[in-house]
Design a protein around this ligand. Structure first.
Ligand code: KDG
Ligand code: MG
Length: 403
């Protein structure tokens, strides 16, 4: 028995916003959990402070499964990104505490390493195809074995996923959401050209990935998947919004391009049909938005039965605490596919000192007991929360379409 004495929520903005939960036991052991929900951060801060923290005090920090069920089933109101990010933060912090008490790096408690490292993919993006490929060459030079390519679309002023910043690109900005224009025909004409040039310049010995950011309908996605087949992508991500899981049947009938989805999912119920009908190849649910390590393991175990592998989201809005949790998880599961790795800025890394490392296209969580991440609270306090949003896309006629 190790009673929870305190649960503190820390919001900080070292270049971008992060919400971190710090749980402390009566024996003085602390654990960290990430609760960052991009553009809706303070909703999770309130959920944790006003509703979850009071229920944690006095509970046994070692009862991870029971606390998960208590917070999920006990609330009556289930699922949703705010609830599941809050539960995730508690779950991560409790696993961190348990592993610290056991004096083991977390992956050892999860079953031990299944591989020598966690293959990661980096983001190469540019205004033009040439710029994008130049960026990809830099990633290749750094040893990356998998690279995501995004390029500006001629005729569109801005394209989501493409920025002027390179290694540290950040999609959230501004005090209010920026609005951008999108054209499906222009994009569908352009995307295959990017991958044709990429295979010419980068060769066939590197995994290439692409993110559609939910912009298409199933039949448009089927067309794009067919056009990209010849370039043998590792995956085509978020081709359509997955609110309608059955929509993937149509895409699947038409293309052998592997499909990845799920960075916005928050529970196993969001991907049950997709997994059981083998409509996808990679599930991108993350430790922070899908209920923590406890729930993500459940999703991965279901996926394993149907030859679906993991490809967890790992953009900059997932703090180093989530990154570490994802690495311990990825190292220990049998059906790991790839892990996204968008590097954090030096300011963020200073606030969250961590044990994980990158070498030869793969990452390792390190051998520190627990998650292997700390938070420098004094430094964090120097960067107060700043409201920021992801941009909103409209079609060129001003409508929001049916995405
Ligand atoms: O918060 C949203 C971003 O993390 C997301 O849009 C980035 O699509 C993304 C990705 O695949 O990293
Ligand atoms: Mg994505």
């Amino acid at each position: 028995m190790s009673k929870i004495k305190n649960a503190k929520v820390i919001a900080t903005c070292p270049g971008r916003n992060f919400v971190t939960l710090k749980i402390e036991t009566e024996d003085g052991i602390t654990g960290l959990g990430d609760a960052t929900l991009n553009g809706r951060e303070l909703a999770v801060v309130s959920y944790l402070n006003d509703h979850v923290a009071p229920c944690l005090i006095g509970r046994d920090a070692h009862q991870i499964e029971d606390i998960w069920q208590y917070l999920y089933r006990g609330a009556y109101w289930r699922r949703g990104p705010v609830t599941m990010s809050a539960i995730a933060a508690v779950d991560m912090a409790l696993w961190d505490i348990k592993a610290k008490v056991a004096q083991l790096p977390l992956y050892q408690l999860l079953g031990g390493a299944c591989r020598t490292g966690v293959m990661v993919y980096g983001h190469a993006n540019g205004e033009t195809i040439e710029d994008t490929i130049d960026e990809a060459l830099k990633y290749k030079g750094l040893g990356y074995k998998a690279i995501r390519l995004q390029s500006g679309v001629p005729g569109l002023a801005a394209t989501y996923g493409v920025s002027r910043d390179k290694m540290f690109y950040e999609p959230a900005a501004d005090d209010l959401p920026k609005e951008t224009a999108w054209s499906t025909p222009k994009y569908l004409r352009h995307a295959p050209k990017l991958f044709e040039a990429a295979r010419e310049k980068l060769g066939w010995d590197v995994h290439l990935l692409h993110d559609v950011h939910h912009r298409l309908t199933p039949i448009e996605a089927a067309r794009l998947g067919k056009d990209l087949e010849q370039f043998r992508l590792f995956w085509m991500e978020d081709a359509v919004p997955a609110d309608n899981q059955e929509g993937f049947r149509l895409i699947r009938q038409h293309t052998t391009t592997p499909l990845a989805v799920g960075e916005v999912f928050n529970s196993i119920w969001d991907c049950k049909t997709l997994i059981q009908e083998q409509l996808i190849d990679y599930i991108r649910a993350t430790v922070v938005h899908a209920g923590g390590i406890t729930h993500l393991r459940r999703i991965a175990n279901l996926a394993d039965l149907y030859n679906v592998r993991t490809g967890c989201h790992g953009a900059t809005d997932l703090s180093p605490v989530s990154m570490a949790a994802a690495l311990h998880f990825g190292l220990s599961i049998s059906n790991f596919g790839v892990q996204e790795y968008m590097r954090h800025t030096a300011e963020t890394d200073a606030v969250f000192p961590h044990a994980y490392t990158f070498a030869d296209g793969a990452m390792h969580p390190g051998e520190q007991a627990g998650l292997g991440v700390d938070i420098d609270e004094k430094l964090a306090a120097k960067y107060p929360y700043k409201r920021a949003y992801l941009p909103v896309a409209r079609l060129e006629d001003g409508s929001m379409h049916n995405w």
